[in-house]
Write a protein that binds this ligand. Structure first.
Ligand code: NAD
Length: 248
């Protein structure tokens, strides 16, 4: 129970990596506000968790992460319910595979908005509160593409490089207020999106990974659990790779 009575907000908590983070936090004693982009997916995640354990303390929200007023209202609701916010996990994100020649400005802006601006909005909405509380933990989902980029969908690595930059900048700026800021950089992780691929493609991808398998959402969630907990009390500004040893 390494997060006993901690209050956490997890964006993109309805499925995949975010859902595993929510479950891992709840299993370790946290109270969790899970966020998704639609009420239906939030409700379905809440009902899955309710079936797994009716005693979980979990709330669901679907604010527009690009609307500062909506994000601030969500944070106020969490504080009204549980009195504080100890942990923010900025996990919501979209991937991209569009060739650069087919890009237009709106496409670039959309990837940057969801993957970077929303992270800024959520972080800004809790940072002052964490300072008043005497500390907190901010965790961001980066990606292995923040080290190696990728051969198409260039806004995606650009956004994840930015996430590493924000992580390191805020670790330096907010550390004096007891706020730790870290990121987890998953490799290819078997979420719904990847599981839908042909087995031969999955085998080919696995062959290039030293541990010879794709990551699971739980592999990645365990890194978040460590970084969120006091076991990582002297770790900040870190981008922790969870990628089976992949080297580009
Ligand atoms: P997923 O598509 O299963 O889940 C994405 C989550 O983000 C969902 O809960 C969704 O509701 C939320 N989301 C997406 N767009 C949103 C928006 N506009 N507003 C609010 N919420 C929104 O994906 P996943 O694989 O679990 O990815 C989660 C994070 O992990 C992302 O940041 C992704 O970039 C990162 N990541 C994934 C992999 C991988 O291989 N799966 C690898 C590296 C990094």
């Amino acid at each position: 129970m390494i997060l006993k009575d901690k209050v956490a907000i997890v964006t993109g908590g309805t499925r995949g990596i975010g859902f595993a983070v929510v479950k891992g936090f709840l299993d370790n004693g946290a109270k969790v506000a899970l966020l998704g982009s639609r009420q239906e997916t939030v409700d379905s995640a809440l009902s899955k968790l309710g079936e797994a354990n009716p005693n979980y303390s979990v709330l669901g929200f679907c604010p527009d992460l690009l609307c500062t007023a909506a994000v601030e209202e969500m944070v106020r609701s969490v504080v009204n319910q549980w009195g504080r916010v100890d942990i923010l996990v900025n996990n919501a994100g979209i991937s991209d595979a569009k060739p650069f020649y087919d890009y237009d400005e709106a496409h670039f802006d959309h990837v940057m908005d969801v993957n970077v601006k929303a992270v800024y909005n959520c972080t800004h909405a809790v940072a002052g509160l964490m300072k008043e509380q005497g500390g907190g933990v901010i965790l961001n989902t980066s990606s292995m593409v923040s080290l190696y980029a990728q051969a198409s969908g260039s806004a995606y690595p650009v956004s994840k490089f930015a996430i590493n930059g924000l992580t390191k900048a805020l670790a330096r700026e907010l550390g004096k207020d007891g706020i730790r800021v870290n990121a987890v950089a998953p490799g290819i992780t078997a979420t719904d999106m990847v599981a839908a691929l042909d087995q031969s493609i999955i085998q080919r991808m696995s062959a290039g990974i030293p541990l010879r398998r794709l990551g699971t959402a739980e592999d990645v969630a365990n890194a978040f659990l460590y970084l969120a907990s006091d076991m990582a009390s002297y770790v900040t500004g870190e981008v922790l790779s969870v990628d089976g040893g992949f080297v580009g």
